[in-house]
Design a protein around this ligand. Sequence first.
Ligand code: ATP
Length: 533
Amino acid sequence: MDFRDQLKLNVKAGAPMIQIVSHETLRVRAACSWVADQVGYDFYRWNRTRGLTLCSGDSRPEEGVEQAHEIFEWLSEKAQSREKVLLLLEDFHPDLVDGHLETISRLRNFAISAAMRDISHCCIVMSQPVQVLPPELEKDVQVMQMPLPGLKDLKMLMRQACQTFELPEREYHESPRLLEAALGLSTSEAQLAFARAIAEKGRLTESEIPLIVAQKEQVIRKSGNLEYFQPSSSMEDIGGLDRLKEWLERRKAAFTEEARDYGLEAPRGVLLLGLPGTGKSLAAKAVASAWQLPLLRLDMGRVYGGIVGQSEDNMRRALSIAETLSPCVLWIDEIEKGLSGMQSSGSTDGGTTARVLGSFLTWLQEKDKPVFVVATANHIAQLPPELLRKGRVDEIFFVDLPVEVDRLEILKIHLRARGGRDQAFSEAELLELAKQSKGFTGAELEEVVKEGLFRSFSDGRALAKSDLSDAIAATSPLSQTMHELIRDTREWVKGRAVTASSAPPETLEGLRSERKGIRLPQEGENPFLETQG
Ligand code: ATP
């Protein structure tokens, strides 16, 4: 059911007040006007600059109704004379915050009168860019989210742009791909993207898709917490992680129509846990490119901020963009960063972190749009247990340090990527380097290759094995200082996560394994959590 139909249903069902959260003023107006027409109500619109206007039939201003209290007096007269009214209050949210007790209590009285059937066939719709709802009204107001423009809306906007700029018909080719490129933009952003493409190229065809996509990247970046990526890595760029790669490969076709017809559910997502630099982000990028889906990166840290309610709104907006762009991959890098306030959030941030997490988890559980989530985390100790619970994501993978054969593969990948230099060494030489670099992460192995190249370049000669082995010797890998963390994580993941590599992990020097049953602080003493020895 589309948004307009849902709104109509709410109005028909007698909802006294509806709040629509959206920046899309024009589409909200159009939806309200359509609904009023459908249910036979008069449609009035109020905003701070124009006051109250009747928009049905001959549109005309209602003189003398400007302030909030005047609106309610006017509405109560309409209600008494049994008129049918749909009243749209635009950007009314500043009147819903603390300090506007009179307005809040008038709205509350309106809801009570509607519940007692003293008032019927009157509906107040509040449209605003952020959700603001005082606790007094929480039970009386239906909150609705207006989705971003769909293909049908974009088609109208595209035609409008062509008319405005008097584009000759031969310079305009309306194609599904062109429209799809604009998905994820709001009305005004799409208008601007089309106008810019026309102004720059004098046409609007599939050749302008890169321009629209570039505009979209900018807009999405500007939204503060999302980044649009053009994935460039592929599965072949990942060394090791065979189990993860196999798992992803099996789900490759899961977003296709055939899979849906076959009765498969679109995969929800994966959580990748592991040390920094072990290839988790690389895997997120490779999934998007292997599945040929757009990749969006959500920065959890930047979701927070601003006035009350804004963090939840930032999260909602990001998820709504992802849904509009679906099928897509939503990559949440270092998810624990945004949630580290969890334990204390009740007291320190007024519960914002908990609410943001709550709305994210609900979305994750209930989403019906094909958005595949790849969440990565370095520190399991900071992750809320709710996220780790089975069923939230399809699988939790633990990405351990690469074992010898994986290090060999990673070294080859990075040497190959730099002028095919893997061919300059024998298998035995590369194996020796892999043995020497025990405990190195993929990122550190990449650094070894880069450092080796610097050394050979500054000496003005070809890369030699000694350049790489010297670079290995000069590196102190992260694992050297993180024995405790690696050991505890390895213990913790047993039975809780799948290892991303099928090879058994290498024991590191100084890594004692006698401690059993590691428990995270946030798990407390929950006796139902199994720990394995
Ligand atoms: P962080 O949490 O710090 O982002 P990460 O686990 O996400 O760490 P990546 O950002 O994916 O690690 O790794 C950094 C770089 O190291 C990658 O871009 C890649 O070049 C290299 N790398 C890491 N792991 C691998 C691997 N398994 N195969 C090939 N290259 C790797």
